[in-house]
Design a protein around this ligand. Structure first.
Ligand SMILES: *Cc1c(COP(=O)(O)O)cnc(C)c1O
Length: 364
C-alpha cells in the first residue's frame, strides 16, 4: 500500500511509521549483535544498553526529577488499580476522584485492599465536566488521592494538576496518565505516583510506566506480590523478574522519535493545534457534536456524535474507504471517537475533517 491509512484507534494505537520501520529493519539483527531484541537476555549488555537509554530518554523527555524512580512494569493500567493500593494504602482510606470509566474502575478495585472514599464525581453530568478541585471532599487521613488525568473513553482531560496542599490535603497525588503521557509536560511538584500503560501514546501493549517518588517506596502491604512491590522493582532496576523487553525496546524507539520531533513541548503545541482543528470543526457543524465542556476537552480522545445516528454504519464504512480507521466510539458512550495521540500527524486530522465535511454534505 502506497499511502498508509490514518488510524484513530484509542489503544492499542497507531505508532510513528519511522519507529515501526526501524523495528522492522532491526527485527532479526539488532545493531550487529546477531540477535533480534526479543531473543536477548534481559541481563546481557545489549539489552541493558537499550533499557538504560530508554529510561534516560524518558527521564529527559518528561523532566522527571532525580528523587523519582522510573519503573517499567507489567499488568497495564488496570493492574495498577490494585498495585497502587497494595503499595500506598497501608490498608487505610484513600480518596478517589471519579471522572469517567477509568477512575471508576480504580475506585472499585481499591476497595479490595483499602477503604476508598469518593472525593468527587462527574457522574451527574455523565462525565462531560470535571468536578472543580475546590469542591472535592478530601479526607484528612487519606493515604493518597487518585485522579485519572485523561479519561480515554469520556474524552475529559485535566489541563492542570490539582495542588493538593493548597486544598488542605497532605496526601500524595496518584495520576493515571495512560492516555496522555508524553503529550504534555507534567508538574512533578504536585505528583507522588504517575502510571500509564504504553499502548495509547508510546508503543505496544505489555509495558506499564510507573514514576514514583522515592519516599513512597517501602510501604507495601504484606500480601503485595513481590513482582508488584514498587520497592522490589526499583531496587532491581525493573529486572526483579523478566521485564517486557520488546515493549521496552519499542517504547525506547518512540522516545528517540519524540526527541527528534523536538520533545514534549513541541508535541504539546502540535497536540493543541490538532485538537483545536477538530473541535472547532465539530462545534461549527450542526450535524456533529461533542458534548464535553470546553475547559476539559481532551486533546487526545475526541468522542463525537452524528445528529442522525442511523447513519453511523455508513459513516464508518465511508471513513474506512477514505483511509480513516477505527473511528467507532466506545460501546459505553456510543457514537464515534477520534484518538489523536502523538503519532497522529496534523495531516491525519485534516483528512478527518475533510471527510466529516464531505459526509455531512451527502446527508443534506
Ligand atoms: C487504557 C487505559 C487503562 C487500562 O489499561 P490496560 O493496559 O488495559 O490495563 C487504564 N487507564 C486509562 C486512562 C486507560 O486509557
Amino acid at each position: 500500500m502506497s499511502v498508509r491509512p490514518y488510524n484513530f484507534s484509542a489503544g492499542p494505537a497507531a505508532m510513528p511509521l519511522e519507529v515501526l520501520q526501524q523495528a522492522a529493519a532491526e527485527m532479526t539483527d539488532w545493531n550487529g549483535s546477531g540477535m533480534g531484541v526479543m531473543e536477548m537476555s534481559h541481563r546481557g549488555k545489549e539489552f541493558i544498553s537499550i533499557y538504560e537509554q530508554a529510561e534516560a530518554d524518558l527521564r529527559e523527555l518528561l523532566a522527571v526529577p532525580a528523587h523519582f524512580k522510573i519503573l517499567f512494569m507489567q499488568g497495564g493500567g488496570l493492574a495498577e488499580n490494585a498495585i497502587v493500593p497494595l503499595n500506598l494504602s497501608r490498608g487505610e482510606s484513600v480518596d478517589v476522584v471519579v471522572t469517567g470509566s477509568w477512575s471508576d474502575k480504580s475506585y472499585k478495585e481499591a476497595s479490595k485492599y483499602c477503604t476508598p472514599h469518593l472525593a468527587a464525581t462527574g457522574a451527574d453530568t455523565h462525565f462531560t465536566t470535571l468536578p472543580a478541585p475546590t469542591q472535592w471532599q478530601l479526607s484528612a487521613n487519606a493515604q493518597y488521592v487518585h485522579v485519572c488525568t485523561n479519561e480515554t473513553i469520556h474524552g475529559v482531560e485535566f489541563h492542570s494538576l490539582p495542588d493538593l496542599k493548597a486544598l488542605g490535603s497532605d496526601a500524595p497525588l496518584v495520576i493515571d496518565f495512560s492516555s496522555h503521557v508524553l503529550s504534555r509536560s507534567v508538574d512533578w511538584s504536585k505528583v507522588g505516583v504517575a502510571f500509564g500503560g504504553a499502548q495509547k501514546n508510546i508503543g505496544p501493549a505489555g509495558v506499564t510506566l510507573v514514576v514514583v517518588r522515592e519516599d513512597l517506596l517501602g510501604h507495601a502491604l504484606k500480601v503485595c506480590p513481590s513482582a508488584f512491590n514498587y520497592k522490589t522493582v526499583a531496587d532491581n532496576g525493573s529486572m526483579y523478574n523478566t521485564p517486557p523487553t520488546y515493549s521496552i525496546y519499542m517504547a525506547g524507539l518512540t522516545f528517540q522519535w519524540l526527541k527528534r520531533q523536538g520533545g514534549v513541548a513541541a508535541m504539546e503545541q502540535r497536540n493543541i493545534a490538532k485538537a483545536q482543528l477538530l473541535y472547532d470543526f465539530l462545534d461549527s457543524s450542526s450535524f456533529y457534536s461533542n458534548k464535553v465542556a470546553h475547559d476539559c476537552r481532551s486533546r487526545m480522545n475526541v468522542p463525537f456524535f452524528l445528529a442522525d445516528e442511523s447513519r453511523n454504519d455508513a459513516f464508518l464504512a465511508g471513513a474506512k474507504a477514505a483511509g480513516l480507521l477505527q473511528l467507532k466510539g466506545h460501546k459505553s458512550v456510543g457514537g464515534m471517537r477520534a484518538s489523536i495521540y502523538n503519532a497522529m500527524p496534523i495531516e491525519g486530522v485534516q483528512a478527518l475533517v475533510s471527510y466529516l465535511q464531505a459526509f455531512e454534505k451527502t446527508q443534506a
